[in-house]
Design a protein around this ligand. Structure first.
Ligand code: HEM
Length: 541
């Protein structure tokens, strides 16, 4: 290398950095949110982001809202303004205009490296096409068809715990989160792609796809990372391999290989089926999500321009895995936590469930259980697994408000003016814990509240249950019916079989928040996320 190139390289890098950095540094000066009230900014680089990720989800936001009002701003990277509003009219506006409010480019970039352009991160026309082809696979009649997979896997988890109890005597301490994670992984494998992870089989081999998945998502965090930001801003940096990027590349290769095998196999099945429509399918084959989506994509009445490519179909496999597995396992784990804390509710629920005269209820029978429904709703309110999400304005806009906000000069505004590029944090858990919306007992776990909801809560713009758990609008969770029935099947089987009690004092349980809120024992940090419960067989069995 010549002396010239030794000097040239750092100069090129410095020019690239400045070229990207200067507009970013100047942007906050012209922000239309300048006069919106909010907390002081502790760091010019990270803004308020580090303090947010250092505490349980929504805790700081709740303090800020109490101090500065419903509609506030705080600071992100390099002092950029982030809008935060608890106003249900504003949130409805943002969620229902999903083309004008998209996911931030940096989140799409880092996740698309892993997930490809799956439905979770596609935008605009690409998203519309994917959603249209995928919607039918998630409809009620499709979920009805796979309810027995949920029940079988829930029963397998029950039997695994019964075996553990038989080793210890009349009760056992189990990590409920671990059991739920195995169960929901097996379910998404079978119901998603007719693929057997066999995670609940203690003597089974570690599964290659599961290992790849853990490599990609096991260490996920939402802590701000300078390296991730630089890789996003300066594309040539993406060419420099590091140990983590090498591990991710290897895992993505495994996922792609297995995914491609599944897609090819299912396409062949669908073609066979189209040629011989009268031949009977075997049990699972035709009802998994991937086959249904491939079938919808190959339907003769679908215009060829509206079809998904193999690449798009392939990217739905890690998408389903990442979106559908830990969300449901954490939701059900928190449900067991709540029930272990409220023995009267646990007892009342068990009485309802034991009155069902079968171990294998249909989807409609599960749906007809009112107290089970109330317990699931209350879990999804108090312990919404995804605590918040984020959007970026794609154009200048004026957001309408239910409640006017007062700016730092004391002037009232009944709408918020924003410019293109402003980031908006969408509260989920904070909205579910709001006393203004839910009443003074908002923080308590009370399934009976679902008998008559306060009027204010009815304005929450969620796709399900007056809750933001699955968000609302065109980008709401496509898998919400899937996860609700899976959760009901799990609770049905487990509450009929066991009594649950917390194995550590309640104040020792905390929430670790990244994309999903997970339970964590403060006095056992070395064990990572977990929920230790003492289980014993229900005496009536
Ligand atoms: C308790 C369980 C679940 C929760 C709390 C949950 C929550 C959410 C939320 C909040 C979003 C919106 C994210 C955003 O736009 O920022 C979402 C989207 C999505 N979810 Fe779920 N989810 C759950 C289960 C599932 C399941 C079981 C599946 C699939 C089998 C699934 C598939 C998806 C997909 C594909 C999207 C993207 C939809 C789109 O952008 O059009 N989810 N989910």
């Amino acid at each position: 290398m010549t002396a010239y190139s030794y000097f040239a390289l750092p100069v090129v890098v410095a020019v690239l950095v400045l070229w990207k950095l200067i507009p970013l540094l100047l942007k906050p000066l012209s922000s239309k949110l300048r006069l919106v009230p909010g907390p002081p900014c502790p760091s010019w680089l990270f803004g308020n982001l580090k303090e947010i990720t250092n505490v349980e989800a929504a805790v700081l936001h709740e303090q800020w809202v109490a101090a500065y009002g419903h509609t506030i701003k705080y600071k992100g990277w390099l002092g950029h303004d982030i809008l935060y509003t608890m106003d249900t009219r504003a949130l409805n506006h943002i969620l229902s205009h999903s083309n004008d409010y998209q996911k931030p480019a940096i989140a799409r970039f880092s996740l698309s490296e892993v997930l490809g352009e799956g439905i979770l991160f596609a935008e605009g026309e690409q998203h519309r096409l994917q959603r249209r082809v995928m919607n039918p696979a998630f409809g009620p009649s499709q979920i009805r068809e796979i309810t027995d997979i949920f029940l079988e896997k829930a029963a397998q988890l029950r039997d695994m715990w019964l075996e553990e109890i038989s080793v210890h005597g009349d009760s056992a301490r189990v990590d409920v989160l671990d059991g739920m994670a195995k169960m929901t992984l097996d379910v998404i494998g079978l119901a998603g792609f007719n693929y057997s992870f066999d995670a609940l089989n203690a003597s089974g081999k570690a599964n290659e796809l599961n290992k790849a998945f853990q490599e990609l998502f096991g260490k996920a965090t939402n802590k701000p990372s300078i390296f991730a930001m630089l890789r996003y801003l300066i594309p040539p940096l993406r060419l420099i391999p590091t140990p983590p990027t090498r591990r991710v590349d290897a895992a993505v290769r495994v996922m792609r290989r297995i995914g491609m095998e599944l897609v090819t196999e299912k396409k062949a099945e669908v073609i066979r089926d189209m040629r011989n429509p009268n031949e009977k399918q075997d049990g699972l084959r035709s009802r998994d999500l991937l086959t249904l989506l491939i079938k919808a994509n190959m339907a003769v009445d679908l215009d060829p321009s509206q079809r998904l490519s193999d690449e798009d179909v392939l990217s739905q496999i890690p998408t389903f895995l990442s979106a559908g597995h830990e969300t449901t396992s954490n939701a059900t784990t928190w449900c067991m936590y709540a029930l272990s804390q409220a023995r009267d509710i646990q007892e009342k629920l068990r009485t309802e469930l034991l009155a069902v005269p079968t171990d294998t209820p249909t989807m409609d029978e599960l749906q007809a259980l009112p107290y089970l429904d109330a317990v699931v709703r209350e879990t999804m309110r108090v312990y919404a697994p995804v605590p918040a999400t984020v959007r970026v304005a794609m154009k200048d806009d004026v957001i309408p408000l239910n409640t006017a906000y007062t700016d730092i000069n004391g002037n009232e505004h009944d709408e918020i003016e924003i410019e293109e590029g402003i980031q908006i944090d969408i509260p989920i858990v904070a909205l579910h814990r709001s006393k203004e919306l839910w009443g003074d007992d908002a923080l308590e776990f009370k399934p009976d509240r679902w008998g008559s909801l306060p009027e204010a809560a009815q304005n929450i713009p969620g796709v399900w249950g007056n809750l933001m758990t699955f968000l609302g609008g065109p980008r709401s969770c496509i898998g919400y019916r899937f996860s609700l029935i899976e959760m009901k099947a799990l609770v049905f089987i487990l509450i009929r079989a066991f009594e649950f009690e917390l194995a550590v004092p309640a104040k020792d349980i905390s929430k670790q928040s990244s994309a999903v809120q997970r339970p964590f024992v403060l006095s056992e940090p070395e064990k990572g996320t977990q929920l230790p419960l003492i289980i014993k067989p229900y005496r009536g069995l």
